[in-house]
Design a protein around this ligand. Structure first.
Ligand code: TYD
Length: 196
């Protein structure tokens, strides 16, 4: 059986990673390919603890980093790897790059964050949805989770853009209407899936 692919969408809160993961999956499905959407934090037990912490403001930066890494380890072993091996195209709404960027914005060393995420696999394609934090937060109906404030998100975006320069991820301007952004994502994934 042909090995699947691993595609990750990244961006600050309110950049539309969830909407676009689902729209991309629908497009891939329309090409008669098998696809699944998954997300981090996950819907599993550790992901639920993370949601509780982010909602209540509990935990310190290293606690967050370790929880995200534990959630990801389980996610990678139980969901992502088996799906790729069975030939499915896996789209993850966030992966390691979110930890590197958000937890570095919380003040942690990138080397340490990378070290505790050593088990993670390299995505075949990572797409960054870029949006100004002011626009992103205005899209959210209610601001409630720990990281959803403008100063923090400005720092998150700055670190994302710095990493992208080095890693050469495709960047898509996500401040535009959903359908226009979707078309750009499709163009990017199409050339990756069918022309490489
Ligand atoms: P997410 O589910 O994308 O946010 P939303 O509640 O808008 O759907 O992620 C929750 C928050 O967790 C978000 O602020 C990003 C943050 N995060 C990290 O700080 N590190 C990580 O490793 C991950 C996966 C998410």
């Amino acid at each position: 059986m042909k090995k699947g692919k691993f595609i990750v969408l990244e961006g600050i809160d309110g950049s539309g990673t969830t909407t676009h993961s689902n729209k991309l999956a629908n497009w891939i499905r329309s090409k008669n390919l098998e696809v699944m959407v998954t997300e981090e934090p996950t819907v599993g037990a550790i992901g639920k603890i993370i949601r509780k912490y982010l909602f209540s403001g509990e935990g310190s930066p290293p606690v967050h980093a370790l929880l995200f890494a534990a959630d990801r380890a389980e996610h990678t072993e139980k969901v992502i790897k088996p799906s790729i091996i069975s030939g499915i195209i896996v789209i993850s709404d966030r992966y390691v790059e979110s930890s590197i960027v958000y937890q570095a914005a919380e003040g942690l060393d990138i080397e340490w964050i990378e070290a505790i995420n050593k088990f993670a696999i390299e995505p075949d394609l990572t797409i960054f949805l870029d949006v100004d934090p002011g626009i992103a937060l205005a899209r959210k109906r209610e601001v409630r989770e720990k990281f959803e404030n403008i100063e923090f998100l400005k720092e998150v975006r700055r670190i994302y853009l710095e990493r992208i320069r080095v890693k050469n991820f495709p960047v898509i301007d996500a401040s535009r209407p959903i359908e226009v952004v979707h078309e750009d994502i499709v163009r990017c994934v199409e050339s990756f899936l069918f022309k490489t």
